[in-house]
Design a binder for this molecule. Structure first.
Ligand code: C2O
Length: 586
């Protein structure tokens, strides 16, 4: 173990050579991601040559003829790809106006708590241009880092904590970025009091990527090491399925006392089933990873999250990864002794735990793997080409405390942003649950379960089983759609979906009957409730089960939270839409 550990961690030091062209020699080659093999696309620059000092960009104001924008993008991405957009375009979400930042709110035991998490006002805004990459930063797996890395990382975090309170790069200002963008401090510019929210939509991955990008650069600057790379919490691998030990040292600058004390050394439970058998929990975790990365997604929006444009209400729909493993880690670490699960367990406070950035580094890695590593026969279309996605923008302070405007389109490629991830095994990649054979019992139960139409709309406060008509007989390509899921945003909520579950052991997810998950991290928005929809692909599930010629399937919904908070408007099975045009690989 020690010698292997030594080899791994040697490679993990940030000063090690970039591994994009070398393959670590201690592992099976087929199990390593090879980001380097992917092709680079044409570079898209958002830079306007004027380095404008608060000059309004007419494109962002929607004053430019949108056909020109479409044409311009078409030249880069191929106009045909635009047909994959599910709705007509409106306008992209614009970066917030810092001078209009208001109080963020949270509910503490039903009482409203106002929080000021607004950033300092910047003098001028510069449109950010990605700097040329001279040396690739390699983010290490947090369980495999060297003592030297831990020392450096803590030194950087310590310096960040010591920066003056009004420095936008200091620890609390950085933590507050999350609060401001997630708990209702900003309104969408020009849209009255409509909240700006970066979760539960296609902005989830790009926003957090930019957030970590500047966090990492600030830390690097504070220790004079431009190669410094944040660690990632490798929770998708059994070897990373505990809180990374370096975060548990109470004397460390990366320590946070507000964590669930029962979970400090526990195996993470991505399914939140409460199962106490660690081996079963690991099996559940790998099944969840396989499901949210591969099995349950039909198109790019199922993975990335649903379109969120100017004027869209918050919460159009989280992607599979966001509502699955991502939420689970927040809730697993959040401290139940605190009124709102602080720190990681609530969006307003999540950025106050240094572990947040390690968690999100792995979330970011999932996006990168999904785009550049998962084979296209497993993952449908990989790119969103909608201009309202590509042109959405955010504001951040960079490592020099300069206020910059960044766009989603500049965040699509982590290599272009100058960082990659240490290569580690992906044990979930082929973790397809075993086929279910016996259908005798489910057939008997299905005749007694009520039809869905009789139950919906449904307040989900206990396990419920019902029948849903199939769209076609037999093993067709079908999607299970849960519509108008109305949630109380201030609560942790989660439920799992099973189809034709024969044994009803809801503590085990590693079976063909597990279809997917909905979950959310508590946060407060001006409107306490939000309505969303999710869809789950059933193709593989049918393949692994004997659905035969049945006209209906039996769906079981299993809430993992206590009490009320979720209402589901309707449920139906539809035929999978014809395959969206896949962008040509460039
Ligand atoms: Cu912005 Cu994990 O949350």
């Amino acid at each position: 173990m020690n010698s292997l550990h030594f080899l791994c961690t040697t490679l993990a030091t940030p000063s090690a050579q970039p591994r994009s062209s070398t393959r670590p020699f201690f592992a099976k080659p087929s199990h390593f991601i090879t980001h380097a093999r992917r092709n680079h696309r044409l570079q898209v620059s958002c830079n306007t040559s004027d380095q404008n000092q608060n000059v309004e960009n007419p494109e962002r104001k929607g004053k430019v003829d949108r056909r020109n924008i479409l044409l311009g993008l078409g030249g880069l991405y191929g106009a045909a790809n635009l047909v994959s957009s599910p709705e007509a375009s409106a306008n992209p979400i614009q970066a917030p106006q810092l001078d209009k930042c208001g109080v963020a709110t949270n509910l503490n035991n039903g009482k409203q708590l106002d929080i000021n998490c607004c950033p300092p006002l910047g003098e001028n805004i510069i449109d950010y241009r990605l700097p040329p990459v001279f040396q690739m930063k390699i983010r290490p797996s947090a369980h495999r880092v060297t003592p030297e890395y831990i020392f450096k990382f803590n030194m950087a975090m310590d310096r960040m904590r010591r920066l003056p309170k009004d420095d936008p790069r200091c620890f609390m200002q950085q933590a507050n970025i999350h609060c401001a963008y997630c708990n209702g401090a900003y309104d969408q510019p020009g849209q009255g009091t409509l909240d700006l929210q970066v979760h539960n939509s296609w902005l989830f991955f790009p926003f957090h990527r930019w957030y970590l990008y500047f966090y990492e650069r600030i830390l690097g600057k504070l220790i004079g090491d431009p190669t410094f790379a944040l660690p990632f919490w490798n929770w998708d691998n059994p070897k990373g399925m505990t809180i990374p030990p370096m975060y548990l040292d109470p004397k460390a600058a990366i320590y946070d006392p507000k964590r669930n004390q029962d979970n400090l050394k526990a195996v993470i439970d991505l399914g939140m089933t409460g199962n106490k058998d660690p081996l079963q929990v690991v099996a559940n975790n790998l099944t969840i990873m396989y499901s949210e990365m591969i099995r349950s997604n039909t198109d790019v929006y199922d993975f990335m999250g649903q379109p969120y444009r100017e004027g869209t209400g918050v919460n159009p729909g989280p992607g599979a990864s966001e509502r699955g493993s991502h939420v689970a880690i927040h809730v697993f670490v959040g401290d139940p002794r605190e009124p709102s699960g602080e720190n990681l367990g609530n969006f307003y406070s999540a950025g106050r735990d240094p572990l947040f950035y390690c968690h999100h580094s792995n979330v970011d890695r999932m996006w990168s793997l999904w785009q550049y590593f998962l084979p296209s026969n497993k993952v449908p279309d990989k790119r969103i080409t909608d201009p309202d996605f590509l042109n959405a923008s955010f504001l951040f302070y960079d490592e020099n405390a300069q206020l910059v405007r960044v766009t989603v389109k500049d965040s699509l490629d982590n290599l272009r942003m100058g960082y990659d991830f240490e290569r580690v095994d992906l044990p979930w990649l082929d973790y397809r649950p075993p086929p279910q054979t016996a259908r005798a019992r489910i057939t008997r139960t299905s005749s007694t379960a009520p039809m869905a139409a009789a139950l919906f709309p449904l307040n989900l406060d206990g396990i419920v089983r019902f029948q849903v008509p199939k769209a076609k007989k037999g093993k067709a390509d079908e999607l299970l759609v849960l519509e108008n899921i109305t949630v109380d945003t201030t609560k942790f909520l989660k439920f799992d979906v099973f189809v034709n579950d024969e044994d009803d052991n809801v503590m085990e997810l590693d079976k063909a009957a597990y279809a997917g998950t909905y979950a959310q991290v508590p946060h407060k928005t001006s409107n306490k409730s939000a309505t969303t929809s999710i869809r789950l692909k059933l193709t593989d599930l049918y393949d692994d089960m004997d659905v035969g010629d049945d006209d209906t399937v039996v769906v079981t919904l299993v809430p993992r939270h206590q009490g009320p908070g979720v209402t589901i408007g309707g449920i139906k099975i539809i035929e999978a839409p014809p395959k969206a045009t896949t962008p040509p690989s460039s």
